[in-house]
Write a protein that binds this ligand. Structure first.
Ligand SMILES: C[S@@+](CC[C@H](N)C(=O)[O-])C[C@H]1O[C@@H](n2cnc3c(N)ncnc32)[C@H](O)[C@@H]1O
Length: 293
C-alpha cells in the first residue's frame, strides 16, 4: 500500500525564488513530497525539516532516507516551534493535510470503512489520549448529532447519534468498526458503485479524535507569524471543512501578506487519472509581506 504525493509540480512551483531555502514540512508522511522537492531544489536546499505525528510512519521514513540536509522528528505540526532551532529562518512552511494511504486503508487504527479495526481513530496515541470510543462516551447526544449534521453528508443525525451513543456503552464491546457499521446499517443508504455511506462519518470521527480543525487553525496563524518576509505557507487540503477553514483563515491574515492564488490550484485531469486521491486536493499559497505591516 503506497502513498502517492499530490500536486508535486505545483508545490515546487510555489517555492519562492530565493538562492537558499530552508523548508519545513509539517506532514512528512513517507516523504513523497520531500523526494521531489529536494530534487527540484538541488543545491538551493539548505535544510529540510520533516515532522509527523505518527511514529510508525516516521520510522519507515527514517529508514528510507539518508540525507544530511534532512532533519526528521516526531511531533505535532501545531507545536512546530519546538522542533525548529530559534536561529533557523523557515522560507517555506508546507502542509499536506490529513492522512497517508496506509493509515487510511489499513484496519489498524479503524479509519477504513472496509477493513475491520478498533474504534480508535488516533493517528498517534502519544499525542491523543482519547479514542473514538472515549470521545463518543464523553460527548452529549446533542453534540454528536450536531457534529453529524455539520460535518457529514448523512441525514437522520439524531438516530445515528443515538446508535453511536448506545454502541459505545461500557459492556457492549468489542468496539470494532465492522460491528459499528452493522449497528448503523438501518440508518445508512448503501448504493452500488457509490462511496461507502459511512465515509463522511468515519472522517468526522477522525477529525474530532485528532483535533484536526483546532490544529489547523493554530498552525496557520502561527506559521504566518513565524515566516520571514517573502516566506511562503503552502497548504494542500482535501475536504470541504479543511478547504473552508484554510481559505477563511488566510483571509484573516492579509495584514501580514497576500494569498498568491485567488482560486485554489487543483490537480490536472492527467494526475487525477493516475491518482484518484488527487481529485479533492486544493493547494493554497500565502506569501508574507516583504515588510511585515
Ligand atoms: C497526506 S499525508 C502526507 C504525505 C506526504 N506529503 C508524502 O508525500 O508522503 C499527511 C501526514 O500528516 C501527518 N499528520 C496529520 N496531522 C498531523 C499533525 N497535526 N502533526 C504532524 N503530523 C500530522 C499524518 O500522520 C500523515 O502522515
Amino acid at each position: 500500500m503506497k502513498h502517492t504525493p499530490v500536486l508535486v509540480q505545483e508545490v515546487c512551483e510555489a517555492i519562492p525564488d530565493l538562492p537558499e531555502i530552508t523548508f519545513f514540512d509539517g506532514t512528512f508522511g513517507f516523504g513523497g513530497h520531500y523526494q521531489e522537492i529536494s530534487k527540484y531544489l538541488g543545491d538551493r536546499l539548505k535544510t529540510y525539516y520533516g515532522l509527523d505525528q505518527d511514529p510508525k510512519t516516521l520510522e519507515v521514513a527514517k529508514e528510507t532516507y539518508e540525507d544530511s540536509k534532512l532533519n526528521l522528528q516526531l511531533g505535532l505540526f501545531q507545536n512546530f516551534e519546538k522542533y525548529i532551532p530559534v536561529e533557523s529562518q523557515i522560507n517555506v512552511f508546507f502542509l499536506d493535510l490529513g492522512v497517508n494511504t496506509p493509515q487510511l486503508k489499513s484496519g489498524e487504527r479503524g479509519l477504513s470503512v472496509y477493513e475491520d479495526g478498533p474504534l480508535d481513530f488516533r493517528l498517534s496515541p502519544k499525542f491523543h489520549s482519547k479514542t473514538a470510543v472515549n470521545l463518543l462516551r464523553d460527548m452529549s447526544l446533542k453534540d454528536i448529532s450536531e457534529a453529524i449534521r455539520l460535518m457529514t453528508s448523512l441525514t437522520g443525525s439524531r438516530n445515528i447519534a443515538a446508535a453511536l451513543k448506545d454502541f459505545v456503552q461500557p459492556g457492549n464491546g468489542p468496539f470494532t468498526t465492522q460491528r459499528l457499521l452493522l449497528k448503523l446499517k438501518p440508518f445508512l443508504r448503501y448504493k452500488k458503485h457509490h462511496v461507502h455511506p459511512a465515509t463522511s462519518l468515519f472522517m468526522m470521527l477522525r477529525i474530532l479524535v485528532n483535533q484536526e480543525m483546532e490544529a489547523l487553525e493554530s498552525v496557520i496563524i502561527n506559521a504566518i507569524k513565524h515566516l520571514p518576509p517573502e516566506g511562503r505557507l503552502i497548504v494542500i487540503s482535501f475536504h470541504g471543512l479543511e478547504h473552508r477553514l484554510v481559505k477563511q483563515l488566510l483571509g484573516t491574515q492579509t495584514a501580514y501578506g497576500k494569498i498568491l492564488n485567488r482560486k485554489a490550484i487543483i490537480a490536472s485531469p492527467e494526475e487525477i487519472e493516475k491518482n484518484p486521491s488527487a481529485r479533492s486536493a486544493q493547494l493554497r499559497v500565502f506569501e508574507k509581506s516583504e515588510v511585515a505591516i
